[in-house]
Ligand binder design. Structure first.
Ligand code: TXA
Ligand code: MG
Length: 311
């Protein structure tokens, strides 16, 4: 299949994208977090293609992306009052909320769960595209299952060229890691996946604390799979000395320093971590070394992604 690429898509090009989507095809598009592999929600062809193209386990549910808050009330029921506070503060933006699924939505489109994940991206290409389609889009990250999420159209091509008809290229993603996921199924909200919107920021808006559910695999099926991993082996070093000693023995080490704390090494933060992981694989680095500095341990979202990539 030929894959077309529209760079900074015009209105007409977004119309073409929306048309492809309405016919059940997949279109990759940028969001503020990572690129998504979009398909129309509740379209059998689109649902099947997403799992097939990504090689995604069939029991891992998808996030439903909306451009208009009114859709949340068509997709979910028994929405707790906390949701309005959350939506008011963080929608549109890098936050996904799990709610109870509306009975009108067939369970098969939600991996037979009674719940649904809803997110309203702030990226303009994403929100215009959803609005043009006129219906929510399911969109997992646009990578092959298990690989780091794509933060550029180039990353998407690396994984999905010839597998999908269209990629919308909107440049680099601002945030670079996936959305924060919270569950609002009752009045006891839970953090299922940390992200750029921190636990503390959400707690401040809610005025109550968020629990981090120990067995979150049960609540968020995706968290049980290996994720975000480059093929290159990663070492998270407890001390600078360990990092220096171990990396000096390597043929071609990639040594990373959080926020450029050590100017000798390559600086990283959420915006370029996945792209560095992909570079390590592409350019055959022998291993990746990261120093576990105090500052890094305080960044819950990045520590979560690095820990997953280690395992
Ligand atoms: O930033 C993001 O969220 C990106 C962009 C494209 O929007 N999307 C993304 O999708 O990261 P994905 O499919 O790679 O990750 C979705 C996560 C998975 O861990 C999945 O298990 C969880 O959300 N999830 C989806 N529906 C759920 C549900 N009903 N209950 C619990 N977890 C759910
Ligand atoms: Mg993903």
């Amino acid at each position: 299949m030929e894959t077309k690429i529209f760079v900074n898509p015009s209105d007409e090009e977004l119309d073409i994208a929306a048309d492809l989507l309405r016919k059940g095809n997949l279109v990759a598009f940028p969001t503020e977090t990572v690129y998504g592999l979009g398909g129309v929600f509740c379209n059998d062809k689109a649902h099947e293609a997403i799992y097939e193209v990504k090689g995604r386990p069939k029991d891992n549910p998808l996030i439903v992306h909306i451009s208009d808050l009114s859709f949340a009330y068509k997709l979910a029921v028994e929405i707790p009052p906390l949701f309005e506070k959350i939506a008011g503060a963080f929608f549109p933006g890098p936050l996904t909320v799990i709610l109870k699924k509306h009975p009108s939505i067939p369970k098969q489109y939600c991996c037979n769960l009674e719940t649904i994940a809803i997110r309203m991206p702030s990226n303009l290409i994403a929100s215009k595209l959803i609005a043009k389609v006129g219906y929510p889009l399911i969109a997992p990250s646009a990578n092959l299952s298990g690989k780091p999420s794509p933060t550029s159209a180039f990353d998407v091509q690396e994984d999905l060229l010839h597998k999908i008809p269209l990629i919308l290229d909107g440049g680099l993603c601002n945030i670079g890691i996936e959305s924060t996921v919270i569950s609002l199924l009752d009045n006891n909200p839970k953090l299922l996946r940390p992200g750029m919107i921190s636990k503390e920021a959400i707690e401040e808006v809610l005025g109550i604390s968020l629990s981090t559910y120990a067995g979150s695999e049960i609540l968020s099926p995706g968290t049980k799979y290996r994720h975000y991993s480059p093929l290159t082996k990663i070492y998270l070093c407890e001390t600078m000395q360990e990092l220096k000693e171990r990396s000096s023995l390597e043929r071609k080490p990639m040594v990373l320093s959080y926020l450029g704390e050590d100017p000798e090494y390559t600086a990283f933060d959420s915006t370029n971590l996945y792209s560095l992981f992909r570079t390590a694989d592409r350019k055959a680095y022998s291993s990746i070394f990261i120093y576990k500095s105090n500052k890094l341990t305080q960044d819950a979202a990045l520590m979560n992604r690095i820990s997953k990539a280690l395992s």
